[in-house]
Design a protein around this ligand. Structure first.
Ligand SMILES: [Ca+2]
Length: 232
């Protein structure tokens, strides 16, 4: 891990991590071929923001900050990893503050909603390796407003709106973290998510689903864990 600390480019950092792992494996095993890194082609659309991690190493952060109104961009990127890979995603819906509302004080004051879809392909073979679906496990750490109707129509939301805000669980991005108690991701329909922006310009696999936790409106920050399996 010392090598990573002095390098700032995430892709380079990941490569170094893999090199370190590969070296360690070669010393103890003859299976170094199966641990060769794969280049993964990723495509992610989210309403409104995500950050993808391998352990605590950031692979990719949405290029548009989560507090940018109408940040409905798709991110296309590649990264290297050994497979299977256990990865983590932070997803955030846009909100102006801890009330969970957006456009506060205007005629459009509302709670807003979220939504996330992703697919991961082997860059060499184009084999589809993973998609967002209900095999992912997700937990909510920012939930607001709990009193949706009262809050959304309030002229004094900072006083009226109720929230449940928790810290990120310790070590939740670690490979060994036990997230088996987290609920399965909820699959939401395209009708409910209503994907905007460049979503429809890109090809999506039929098996890639819109996911979030249970409530697209009230759940604002969602943490998810998933695995990209080894190619068949
Ligand atoms: Ca939103």
């Amino acid at each position: 891990m010392n090598r990573i600390n002095s390098i700032y480019l995430p892709s380079v950092a990941i490569f170094c991590l893999i090199v370190t792992d590969s070296v360690a494996l070669a010393e103890t095993s003859t299976k170094s071929t199966s641990a060769a890194p794969h280049t993964i082609k990723a495509q992610i659309w989210v309403d409104n923001w995500f950050a993808l991690y391998s352990g605590n190493t950031l692979i990719k952060e949405d290029s548009v900050p989560y507090n940018t109104e109408r940040s409905f961009n798709t991110e296309l990127f590649t990264f290297s990893t050994t497979l299977p890979a256990q990865l983590s995603v932070v997803m955030k819906d846009f909100k102006q503050d801890d009330t969970g509302l957006e456009y506060i004080g205007t005629s459009h004051q509302q709670a807003g909603d979220g939504g996330f879809i992703a697919q991961f392909l082997d860059a060499q073979t184009n084999e589809l390796l993973a998609v967002s679906d209900d095999s992912w496990r997700c937990t909510v750490i920012h939930k607001a407003p709990l009193n949706l109707n009262e809050c959304a129509h309030s002229s004094n939301p900072e006083q009226v709106c109720k929230s449940k805000i928790d810290p990120e669980p310790n070590g939740w991005k670690d490979a060994g973290f036990d997230y088996s108690g987290w609920p399965k991701a909820t699959i939401h329909s395209a009708w409910d998510v209503k994907p905007h922006g460049d979503f429809s310009w890109l090809a999506w696999k039929w098996s890639a689903k819109f996911i979030w936790s249970k409530d697209l409106i009230v759940d604002n920050t969602v943490l998810c864990r998933f695995t990209i399996p080894a190619p068949k």
